[in-house]
Design a protein around this ligand. Structure first.
Ligand code: SF4
Length: 640
């Protein structure tokens, strides 16, 4: 348990934005209470000045406040000044950021030409060898001295030119030095940035923004939290740039980004965000803006007055201990609810939206990968056989009148209803009050709690409820219910995923129940998507695809779509699709298989971290990837 002075956010139970130090980056300000800014990165080759200028303009027109461009070597860094001039000439004055990996020379040139440089402490002064080197205290210190010598000139240039810097740690590209001491953990990510921050402070340079990106949302959220705490302990409060790397595309990419970025914004952290989608960068901006809007919402918040502390470790995943009731709780994966309580005249075809397909010819139900586990029918009844695996939940009156004693049929009561009834079977109780009925729950061990609230600060309210349950050693399973009235599908997805992120990342929640004005299929996919993004229930293939940048060696969007079309049925498999060999292998993190660009038209294929096919021609690489998956026994034939 944390002590009060070590909090990563101002208040665990009330949504309060953390004020960081202010950093001036050309025409914009980050931190210090300024609005949270959306930013993105070009996908053009930086040597293509006209193309980079045109794309930057499209991004800025979409609302991008900082434009990042890759500068892999001195020659690209030199082009940045030209790109800036051309943009300024046409009235575009948003700051440019140089993205640097491995090449201090490029950083030093860029820092004199444009407003900000991003360095990756995992590879700024290190060549990654993927080696496990044993460092003694002495050799570790020698490494730090070497890094200081390499990094200080850049700090001095930035200071002299008023250039800002992002120290951007990536989970997948930690140095061998950090890995040898900390492993690829949130602690390692934080220490990696802190080493560079301490050098900046020694040089009295503070125009700094920090990021802790990972593709795994648990690692990402824990790393940012730990960073804030560690900075506080060392007297620093630099602004945060939030992002989930390689989030993928479409709905999955949006949900994953919202789970990670949204979780931190809901806790009042974050000063600028980048949503990394495998799509054109201008499409990232509307998503980023919606997440920021959600993060800023405070009007319909409930003030929680308490002096409690949280009851779990926010820097390490551990599922809340619960007992098993029916098939909910304990070590079971979180269950998914579907809701047809508002539907009239329910027919078998209505089950399609939540993963059940009735074959009339075979008189049989087919379950899809995303088949919901429970269906809430309220006062409705149905006159056909339902799939045996599906639990049916009714209003209390309906259950008592029509369904009592039937297996897999359960009642739900509301906490506010005073029902004089002793349940001898598992049942659900919906609680929409912040103070939970402790004595009632203690006396009713068969109750599964459905937690809901009409307030917007669900993160804090659900956390407060969890704290009460833990304090009283109540192990009843909990279903988290999220209700949004938003009619815009993307907004609905982003808002719900933002609200759900912190809970599942912190091991709270034995099930999810989403309601709102969206079609059943959208809600069902969102429910499974949130569980997948928080790694609490894996029900589909995961694609860790980079957003692409000027280094990308093939058409990422097209290739991702091609790979997805052939492998989408490989539930639980993680496939990395990375545009370049420089960062790809590191950043695809814990993927099972990797597809990485190595040169024009050439692809390396990976089995985990090991390269197993080199320089496969791009035309044959997707098929070669499938062969590789087959060779390792991870292939199953799709059901057509
Ligand atoms: S992995 Fe992708 S986004 Fe990262 S540097 Fe390579 S091409 Fe660019």
């Amino acid at each position: 348990m944390e002590t009060a002075e070590k909090k990563y956010c101002i208040d665990y139970f009330n949504k309060t934005r953390t004020k960081t130090s202010e950093v001036i980056i050309g025409s914009v300000k980050i931190g210090g209470g300024n609005p949270i800014l959306p930013q993105s990165m070009t996908t053009t080759d930086t040597m293509d000045v006209a193309g980079s200028v045109a794309q930057s303009k499209r991004m800025i027109d979409a609302g991008c406040e900082l434009v990042r461009l890759t500068a892999p070597s001195k020659k690209e860094a030199e082009k940045l000044g030209e790109i800036k001039l051309l943009l300024n000439k046409d009235g575009y004055d948003k700051p440019l950021v140089a993205d640097i990996h491995f090449t201090p020379n490029a950083a030093e040139i860029a820092a004199k030409l444009i407003e900000k440089v991003r360095v990756n402490p995992g590879n700024y002064a290190d060549k990654k060898k993927f080696e496990e080197i044993e460092f003694t205290e002495e050799s570790y210190q020698e490494e730090l001295t070497r890094i200081e010598e390499k990094f200080t000139p850049l700090v001095e240039i930035c200071k002299a030119h008023g250039t800002a810097m992002r120290i951007g740690t990536n989970h997948g590209s930690l140095s061998d030095r950090i890995l040898s001491r900390f492993g690829d953990t949130p602690e390692g990510m934080v220490e990696s940035a802190m080493e560079f921050l301490r050098i900046c402070r020694k040089n009295d340079y503070h125009q700094l923004v920090i990021s802790m990106k990972a593709s795994n949302t648990l690692v990402m959220v824990q790393a940012y939290r730990l960073l804030v705490k560690t900075m506080q302990e060392e007297g620093m409060n630099y602004p945060l740039h939030l992002g989930v790397t390689e989030a993928g595309d479409g709905e999955d990419g949006r949900i994953k980004s919202a789970v990670g970025i949204g979780a931190l914004l809901e806790d009042g952290l974050g000063d600028t965000i980048r949503v990394s989608l495998t799509e054109d960068p201008e499409f990232e901006i509307p998503v980023a803006k919606k997440l920021i809007e959600k993060g800023n919402k405070t009007k319909n918040n409930l003030i929680v007055t308490t002096n409690k502390n949280i009851s779990y470790n926010p820097y390490q995943y551990s599922k809340r201990k619960t007992k098993i009731l029916h098939n909910i709780g304990g070590k079971n994966v979180p269950i998914v609810f579907a809701d047809l309580s508002q539907k009239e005249n329910i027919i078998a075809a209505n089950f399609y939206g939540f993963g059940y397909n009735y074959s009339v010819n075979l008189d049989k139900w087919n379950l899809q990968d995303l088949a919901a586990d429970y269906l809430f029918l309220g006062d409705n009844n149905i006159d056909f056989e339902t799939p045996g695996t599906l639990g049916l939940v009714y209003s209390f009156d309906n259950w008592q009148k029509n369904h009592i004693d039937k297996p897999n049929h359960f009642p739900i009561i509301r906490h506010s209803e005073t029902i004089k009834y002793t349940f001898k079977t598992t049942y659900f109780i919906e609680i929409d009050s912040i103070e939970i009925p402790i004595t009632y729950i203690q006396e009713n061990p068969l109750a599964i709690l459905v937690i809901t609230t009409k307030y917007d600060n669900k993160t804090q309210i659900y956390r407060y409820i969890r704290t009460q349950l833990d304090e009283n050693n109540l192990e009843n399973p909990v279903i988290l219910k999220f209700d949004h009235t938003l009619t815009d599908i993307e907004e609905f997805q982003l808002y719900t995923a933002s609200d759900a992120g912190n809970q599942f990342i912190d091991g709270f929640g034995d099930g999810i129940w989403i309601t709102g004005p969206q079609p059943t299929q959208i809600i069902n996919t969102l429910s499974f998507g949130i569980l997948q993004a928080t790694r609490t229930r894996i029900s589909k293939t995961e694609y860790i695809s980079c957003p692409s940048c000027g280094r990308t060696l093939f058409d990422l969007q097209e290739t991702t779509a091609k790979i997805r079309s052939k492998t989408a049925h490989l539930k639980g498999l993680k496939i990395g699709i990375m545009g370049c060999i420089v960062n790809g292998p590191g950043e695809m993190a814990d993927a099972d298989y990797g597809y990485v660009g190595t040169g024009p038209g050439k692809i390396h294929l990976y089995k985990e971290k090991e390269v197993v096919r080199k320089n496969v021609s791009e035309a044959e690489a997707v098929d070669a990837l499938i062969d590789l998956i087959k060779e390792h026994g991870d292939w199953v034939e799709p059901i057509l």
